[in-house]
Design a binder for this molecule. Structure first.
Ligand SMILES: [Fe+2]
Ligand SMILES: [Fe+2]
Length: 354
């Protein structure tokens, strides 16, 4: 995409985020529909600018002459030639997909319901079904079977002893935590997983700290679930080369990881992590908390809600921020904004695992 195009993208960060995600999804749809490479770039550019006034675009932009015409077809389909209308429909479907995703916190929909909604929109407007089928095909084509086929990570037996002593009253994260982190460390042995271990340690510390302010949550359980909350990323890392490249492309184009996972697989790493925890026969409340840590509205579990707050406070930007979800989780756990804001991790997480 030319610098001339990106310079015309919205400056408001929320709107820019939306436009970038729509552009990424539109590009994936165009790819699935075998749109020619240069046209695909124009579709992506027009999607990025679909909230920018068409009048501000010059009639001809070097190498992107199609973009203004595509945007006019997007806004005023009735006057546009059929081939431009068809391309503009890709942007409409990508746009609606993003809008439905943004509504998930207050109006949850399953992947099948999202597709049904997109299909309805296309039918109402007499659009081609090509873009909707392309979205279905992306999810269907993604190698999610890898989750079921390949062996799940093996539960470290040494962790059993840690789980048995976790009931010790008020043990500090620095004591039980150090042992817990050490026994789970082999799971993160690949160099690419080092940052996941570091994030898990930081999450464990924060979960342990916040649980002291949450009457319904055991501190050691919070620590363990904090450490393992993103364990599902071990499975996401096993996607085949093509799916990994698509995932990387979505991330590079501004889609948060949970958004990209849902677009590609119809679920997120929380679901994958819940599957691992279930295979380890961890207590159901751990499994559900890990499974739903990015969809707290889907479960009545203070532990899951605590994990959501932990992700949010650590600012890892794994998903789009949601004030609705933060408010709900604060109320459910009893944690205050003050205790979230004043938390400071004085220790280096990796030092704890050494
Ligand atoms: Fe996560
Ligand atoms: Fe996380």
């Amino acid at each position: 995409m030319s610098p001339e195009i990106t310079a015309r993208a919205p400056s408001d960060s929320c709107l820019l985020g939306h436009c970038r995600r729509v552009a990424a999804v539109a590009q994936c749809i165009a790819y699935q529909m075998f749109v020619a490479a240069p046209v695909k770039v124009s579709v992506e550019s027009a999607a990025l600018l679909h909230h920018s006034p068409v009048e501000t675009l010059p009639h001809l932009i070097d190498g992107a002459a199609l973009v203004p015409a595509l945007l006019r077809a997007f806004h005023h389909a009735a006057n546009a030639p059929k081939h431009l209308r068809r391309l503009a429909e890709i942007i409409h479907i990508a746009n609606r997909f993003d809008e439905l995703y943004e509504l998930r916190a207050t109006e949850p929909r399953s992947p099948a319901e999202i597709v049904a909604e997109l299909r309805r929109l296309a039918e109402e407007n007499s659009w081609s079904m090509g873009p909707v089928k392309a979205i279905e095909k992306v999810a269907r084509g993604t190698d999610i079977e890898v989750f079921a086929k390949s062996p799940l990570p093996v539960f470290p037996q040494a962790a059993l002893r840690v789980l048995q002593v976790r009931d010790r009253p008020e043990s500090a994260a620095g004591q039980t935590g150090r042992i817990t982190a050490a026994v789970f460390r082999p799971l993160f042995s690949l160099p690419s997983m080092r940052s996941l271990l570091q994030h898990g340690m930081e999450a464990a510390e924060l979960a342990h700290h916040l649980a002291a302010r949450a009457p319904a949550i055991d501190r050691e359980e919070a620590f363990l679930c904090g450490l393992l909350h993103d364990i599902g990323k071990l499975l996401i890392g096993r996607l085949n080369l093509f799916d990994s490249a698509t995932m990387r492309g979505l991330l590079d184009h501004g889609c948060p990881p949970v958004y990209a996972e849902n677009f590609l697989m119809g679920c997120d790493h929380g679901k994958a992590g819940g599957d691992i925890a279930a295979s380890w026969r961890l207590p159901a409340r751990y499994v559900e908390a890990i499974r739903c840590h990015h969809q707290p509205e889907g479960i009545d579990s203070p532990l899951a809600h605590l994990l959501y707050l932990v992700e949010w406070r650590l600012g890892h930007l794994e998903d789009m921020p949601s004030a609705h979800r933060v408010g709900m989780c604060l109320r459910s756990t009893g944690v205050t904004e003050h205790s979230l804001e004043t938390w400071h991790n004085g220790r280096t997480p990796l030092a704890m695992t050494a």
